[in-house]
Ligand binder design. Structure first.
Ligand SMILES: Cc1cc2nc3c(=O)[nH]c(=O)nc-3n(C[C@H](O)[C@H](O)[C@H](O)COP(=O)(O)OP(=O)(O)OC[C@H]3O[C@@H](n4cnc5c(N)ncnc54)[C@H](O)[C@@H]3O)c2cc1C
Length: 419
């Protein structure tokens, strides 16, 4: 058997470089380099005794990490939009010889041979097909979302042009902005626009009589959200669908005339359709790995549980994993942490014949924090309903949680490297 220094590095493929993908990468690098991992706050736990050679490759269609939680603010603020997208090359924590990244889309994964086929971007819209062999893989590619729930762009430059166009349309909307869809994204967009431009009339149109109607959350949370939105002077039209968006005639200065299903008519200069549409991004996997909706079936240890070969080398974390609870960035990072710990345990067992001990997820009840401009509202089983500064500071601060996520993942710190 080769000594540990001659042992070829374990090749780990991380599909998706957002909350789950970066959390998995950095926690795994910590453990393999012989440190306690960054998300482990348990003072009784010790650093691993052994180092493990590892080479982690992150594949993402985007050229950087995008703080998608902040998009409701980015669509109305160029300054925040610019902060929220960091190219992978500009993230200090990723500049380690143990970590590399490929800009490209994973197209298919063969679990048996453990080879991923990647459509790699070669710049200027060119691409080439490459194959990447791996020992372990973590699927962290989340959900495919449409604007305004996600940018269409895959590069920072194109994204900044996309958000600048949106900012301009909002700033020029003297006759008002209408946001369609009273789910979490529509609510946050309406509230952030009103905060950025208090003089602009902002109307939220929702087809049901209750906001957040598709979320399994207590009525008191939904009612509090409605109360705080109203207090912040967002106008609400409930129980009506948008049927038609027409160009307004010359009798008004507004650009658009909106016809609603209850006969109401609204004028606006800008309309944002925030009715959420999303699909899991698991099409690169054999369908046996997924549930009927396309979410990856996992064990409580984050390992694939569907009928595929080499399950013990395949993991999923974040929005793409089939687990209880509302999809959240915090949950994605937590799952990725556990996936990293469990993979590291398997590596140690393979190299040093140690007995692995695994971290297991527990069932998660529905919970949510919503940013509402100057304020916020939250419902958590342990805290119940809360709103105001406490919730805003805990989850969002002034940048919709960008700094909180950045610091929690320690993206701004160099990843120490000890050979
Ligand atoms: C507008 C909005 C506001 C939100 N607000 C909150 C909030 O306040 N709090 C909260 O906790 N959660 C919030 N969420 C939910 C949160 O954003 C998600 O739970 C979180 O993004 C999940 O992280 P993830 O890493 O699993 O996936 P994602 O963040 O979706 O990242 C997936 C990554 O994979 C890449 N990718 C996709 N397919 C491929 C492929 N085939 N090959 C290569 N790369 C691929 C994508 O480019 C992306 O970078 C919000 C979501 C939205 C849309």
């Amino acid at each position: 058997m080769p000594g540990i220094n001659e042992q070829p590095p374990f090749k780990v493929l991380i599909i998706g470089g957002s909350y789950a993908g970066l959390a998995a990468t950095l926690n795994l690098v910590d453990l393999c380099q012989g440190r306690k991992c960054r998300f482990n706050l348990d003072e009784n736990d010790k650093a691993p005794e052994h180092k493990v050679p590892v080479q982690i490759t992150i594949v993402d269609e985007r050229d950087g990490y995008f703080h998608i939680i902040g998009l409701p603010l980015a669509i109305g603020s160029n300054v925040d939009a610019s902060i929220f997208w960091k190219k992978f090359d500009d993230i200090p924590a990723l500049q380690s010889p143990d970590i590399s990244h490929i800009r490209g889309r994973v197209d298919s994964v063969d679990c048996k041979s453990r080879i991923a086929r990647i459509v790699q971007s070669t710049g200027d819209d060119g691409h080439k097909i490459i194959e990447q062999k791996y020992d372990y893989m973590i699927a962290c590619s989340g959900l495919r979302r449409e604007w305004p729930s996600a940018p269409k762009s895959l590069t920072r430059e194109a994204y900044l042009a996309e958000t600048a166009e949106s900012v301009q349309a909002i700033e020029n909307a003297a006759a008002g902005v209408v946001v369609v869809g009273g789910g979490a994204v529509g609510i946050e967009i309406a509230a952030e626009i009103k905060m950025l431009q208090p003089q602009t009339k902002v109307t939220l149109v929702h087809s049901r009589q209750q906001l957040l109607s598709s979320e399994q959350l207590p009525d008191e949370f939904k009612a509090k959200t409605l109360e705080l939105l109203t207090e912040s002077n967002v106008e609400l039209v409930m129980g009506a669908r948008l049927q038609d968006t027409l160009l307004a005639d010359d009798s008004t200065a507004a650009k658009f005339l909106l016809k609603l299903s209850d006969g109401q008519e609204l004028y606006a200069d800008h309309v944002i359709n925030a009715v959420s549409r999303f699909t899991p991004t698991s099409s690169y996997l054999p369908k046996e790995a997924c549930d009927p909706e396309g979410y990856i079936r996992i064990t409580s240890g984050l390992q694939f549980s569907g009928d595929v070969p080499n399950k013990e080398y395949h993991y999923a974390a974040g929005d793409l994993a089939s687990w209880s609870g509302i999809k959240r960035g915090g949950a994605a990072m937590h799952q990725a942490h556990f996936a990293a710990v469990n993979i590291h345990q398997r590596m140690l067992a393979e190299l040093y014949k140690t007995e692995p001990t695994f971290n297991n997820l527990v069932a998660v009840a529905p919970m949510m924090a919503l940013a509402l401009g100057e304020t916020a509202v939250g419902y958590f089983p342990t805290m119940g309903l809360s709103s105001g500064d406490e919730i805003r500071n805990m989850f969002f601060n002034d940048d919709l949680g960008y700094g909180i996520c950045w610091r929690w993942m320690r993206l701004g710190e160099d990843t120490e490297y000890k050979s």
